[in-house]
Ligand binder design. Sequence first.
Ligand code: ATR
Length: 259
Amino acid sequence: MFAAQTGEAVEYGRLLAPVDGFAAAVDAFRAEGGGGLNVTLPFKPEAFAYARRHTPRAAAAGAVNTLAFDGNDVLGDNTDGPGLVADIERRIGLPLAGARLLLLGAGGAARGVVLPLLEAGVARLAIANRTAATAIALREELALRLGPAHAARLSAGGLDCAEAGFDLVVNATAAGLSDAAPAMPAVAWRGPRLALDMVYGARPTAFMRAALEAGCPRVEDGLGMLVGQAAESFALWRGVRPEAAPVLAALRARLAAAA
Ligand code: ATR
């Protein structure tokens, strides 16, 4: 859809790589003249290892969702964060500068978005995870890598450390994959104007339903972030920035029709 919109001649398809054969699958794709790849779970850390160079946001995330090939050069980027930032600020219309953000989860999905959220100017970013130690370790790792100015706005703990006073909550846990919502204390729902789940589907996710029940005025799923990260990847490969909105509308209609 982006190619049709921008008039770029792009052939885009799907490759299924064996779980133990990521690098070989990418080598074969490049040998056939492949110019770039979107990479999804579980291969984002392997795509990071495959890249010879990384953008700062990919280096901070330690995970790559976009590869761009140019001869022997392999650039690894992570566009999940900019996709999320663009969706929140441009489509949803909530400015991140000065916002207090509660990020649920400390796995790959969470680590991918921390630096872009900090760079967007959030006043505070709290990582709350079911296993507190994982969130604390992620914070320590990121604090070392990102330096004191970023680290000062970053905190971490268990889900029970989520208190009142956040402006928005982003769910980056895998709980939604089993139609569950992370067990967040009720008090943390006092304040947030937006609850965004990185998971998406035809119907509201368990996290979105929990947010609505708790009185959160606006809930969103992760389809906008998906289209946003794809738009960033397209811009990296082609040097042209496509419009996310019509593609999001088309995908939303497709999801609804399939439900
Ligand atoms: P991803 O790459 O999608 O982030 P992951 O690295 O396996 O996947 O991380 C999954 C995240 O979802 C973790 O933060 C996990 O919490 P734990 O560190 O405690 O395992 C979180 N998670 C998964 N199921 C959950 C549930 N039912 N409730 C709350 N958090 C959950």
